[in-house]
Ligand binder design. Sequence first.
Ligand code: IFM
Length: 477
Amino acid sequence: MSNPNHPPAVGVLEQGPELIFPPGFLWGAATAAYQIEGAATEGGRTPSIWDTFSHTEGRVVNGHTGDVACDHYHRMPDDVRMMADLGLRSYRFSVAWPRVQPGGSGPANAEGLDFYRRLVDELLNHGIEPWLTLYHWDLPQPLEDAGGWPARDTAGRFADYAQLVADALGDRVTYWTTLNEPWCSAFLGYGSGAHAPGRSDGADAVRAGHHLMLGHGLAVQALRASRPSAQLGVTVNLYPVTPASDDPADADAARRIDGLANRFFLDPLLRGSYPADLVADLKQVTDFGHVQDGDLTTIATPMDLVGINYYSRHVVAAPVEGAQQEPYWRAPSCWPGSQDVRFVTRGVPVTDMNWEIDAPGLVETLRRVHEEYTDLPLYVTENGSAFVDEVVDGKVDDADRLAYFDAHLRAAHEAITAGVPLRGYFAWSLMDNFEWAWGYTKRFGMVWIDYDTQIRIPKSSARWYAEVIRRNGLAGQ
Ligand code: IFM
């Protein structure tokens, strides 16, 4: 069935040395509110869990916070002009919940909404399609104080917030994603505690994951009812999970991690059920008593697209035999119930995050979602890499990052050729920014930020990406 909101995707690739993408392929770049906006206490914004977390000693490298970040809140028109100069066709940003609904309940904050209204208008005036993410991790602190995502009520609060944003921006935004990477919110936020709010309880992490998805389903219903023509979806971060050897114990470790990383979300969202093996793996952690009748139907409310964030692959091995196994409740872990699985490095090149560079994994991931789960249009809503950059004579030549993008775009093209309805790609990130627990020590941007002067310098990868967009494809090799 063709959908006028999504460009055609397959069967239209030009042949030849160049890799040309389908007409209308949506080329973009992404950011998130807390990572770039700054202005943490301006315009009526109140604290989120990330303000609290980053201001807590020892949580973020060097004590960095998002108080100022890239000062995008004050520089937004210039930043949009820069996006236009780079030829972006779309810009994926997130709305800060505590900016538009301070405290997470009650009426909208007109000043906060106005910032996003101006951003969207600025984008549209420059011919850039706005792509709005409702939740990129900045839960209003009072909602955390009331229990956070492990509490069921937070799902309902999220749907109310979605409605409020839809009322304000629904007339000018077509593309909406509810959550960004619910795995991180649930399992890093409430499992390992590496992310805000920094809690470590496996059962809470599982409950948080469920309530995030419930909030997603309720929000899709609310958005659909008030904006029938909007294109609605969710963004999940997915990894191929490969056993370190052909030992059946390693295969089982891979099954377990695949369950927690990927199928925990894909199955409820796209099939309306939790995988039986995952439920069994988690039996010492939770009895899933938090799942109420009707929840899974709500979670699987039909969507229009699926956003996939792809960075790397997990290679895993069984726990060391005979080693003392920590009971799950004593080992803060983002893999509750499977906390002893070992993550193995293969010695292949890595980024500055120490994440293995694995472009074929993107093909695998896209094919899997399409072949095993859904015919919906897919979008790569994030893909990118951190590397150590250097300004030399006013320029930043980020050859490693450029090569990473190039390899992954070739993989995206391969997936399209294999029949995946991939309709767009968003580079992470438009600009260097606050990389969560790593603060400003990791740079993912195509645009360099000097955090002292707020000067922006498009890196070589940005210039290269502009050319990719201009020709709608990659030069032949
Ligand atoms: O910076 C993050 C982003 O906020 C979510 N996806 C992964 C990126 C790199 O870690």
